[in-house]
Design a protein around this ligand. Structure first.
Ligand SMILES: Nc1ncnc2c1ncn2[C@@H]1O[C@H](COP(=O)(O)OS(=O)(=O)O)[C@@H](OP(=O)(O)O)[C@H]1O
Length: 203
């Protein structure tokens, strides 16, 4: 981590921090003043998105339902499968709250990042104590991509969307499978809403 001068903010992005058991202790011992920003989306969609990403790297992967269930007949969910485990946000948050107060964490809604990117970026800037520089005028909705894109990224005169690996079509998963997964996550989601004081509306 580079040294941070007065008036600077040092940022680092590592998706696995939030779900790594040792991370809160290590981050805390590095700096207890660290602020944490976590983007969360509906854990069911997240699991399918995760599976889609793995599928592009390993096309011979078993089906989503084969991986998601430990027992297809009883519908017992396999919580050792990382695509499922990562979405149990309440469990991961418990680990962080042992070291950091809730006020040091910001949960950005992955859904709102798509429907209202400027609104979510406003929350991020407020959380970091920054002036609201990124606003509505920096985004436009790209019909082809189906997602918001930047009108004019810094140092470029052309609009820029995220790459092909972001916003890929998901494979069709049987609705029964999704229902079971949704039932599985419901209590964890409710706990997460209580812990964060924010209803993400995933049910
Ligand atoms: N503006 C914009 N453009 C494209 N994609 C967007 C955007 N905002 C949010 N998303 C969603 O981001 C999802 C990919 O992000 P990840 O967190 O999986 O990326 S990373 O691999 O951890 O870097 C990706 O998930 P998938 O749809 O499953 O591909 C998108 O839904």
């Amino acid at each position: 981590m580079p040294r941070t001068l007065e008036g600077q903010i040092t940022m680092e992005k590592t998706p696995s921090y939030f779900i790594t058991k040792e991370a809160p202790r290590r981050v805390f011992s590095m700096s207890r003043h660290t602020k944490l920003i976590v983007v969360v989306r509906d854990p069911v969609t997240r699991a399918v998105s995760d599976y889609t990403q793995t599928l592009t790297k390993s096309p011979g992967l078993p089906s989503f339902q084969n991986l998601a269930f430990r027992n297809a007949t009883t519908g017992l969910i396999d919580t050792t499968w990382s695509a499922v485990r990562i979405g149990i946000y309440a469990k991961h948050l418990e680990n962080w709250l042992r070291f950091f107060p809730l006020s040091r964490l910001l949960f950005v809604s992955g859904e709102r990042l798509v429907t209202d990117p400027a609104g979510e970026m406003g929350r991020v800037q407020d959380f970091l104590g920054l002036k609201r520089v990124v606003t509505d005028k920096h985004f436009y909705f790209n019909q082809t991509k189906g997602f918001p894109c930047l009108k004019k990224p810094e140092g470029s005169s052309r609009p820029r969307c995220l790459g092909k690996s972001k916003g890929r079509p998901h494979p069709q998963i049987p609705s029964e499978v999704l229902h079971r997964l949704r039932d599985f996550y419901r209590p964890f989601n409710l706990k997460f809403y209580q812990m964060t004081g924010h209803n993400f509306g995933w049910d």
